[in-house]
Write a protein that binds this ligand. Structure first.
Ligand code: FES
Length: 111
């Protein structure tokens, strides 16, 4: 199995509210998208604690997001945990003509 990555269109940057998360499910990825100080971050919407899909509903404070279920906290820029043991997945992004693209892994099976 070969794994490649490609950028996929997610949404218009203007559709992301400042300081409040949104959720987009695409190609079997559940994503939480945030805009803080005009910077956009895409991380997994699945909390590594109980695998609940509630990160987009979390509490933002600066560049940290707190899961609303049990309070695990993560750095939006790095995905590193701020109060527990498991990090959260982050995704590379790019913005072209105000459209947000995310780099998602594609799996190719060659047998
Ligand atoms: S499910 Fe997120 S902290 Fe428990």
């Amino acid at each position: 199995m070969k794994i490649e990555e490609s950028f996929i269109k997610l949404c218009n940057v203007n559709d992301i509210p400042e300081g409040k998360g949104i959720r987009i499910e695409i190609n079997d990825h559940d994503l939480a998208i945030f805009k803080v100080n005009d910077k956009v971050f895409v991380i997994s919407n699945i909390c590594p604690h109980n695998h609940t899909a509630q990160i987009f509903n979390g509490h933002l404070s600066g560049y940290s997001i707190t899961c609303p279920v049990h309070g695990w906290k993560f750095d939006l820029k790095t995905g590193k945990t701020l109060n527990n043991h498991s990090n959260i997945k982050t995704y590379k992004t790019k913005i072209v003509n105000n459209i947000l693209y995310v780099n998602l892994p594609n799996k190719f099976f060659n047998w």
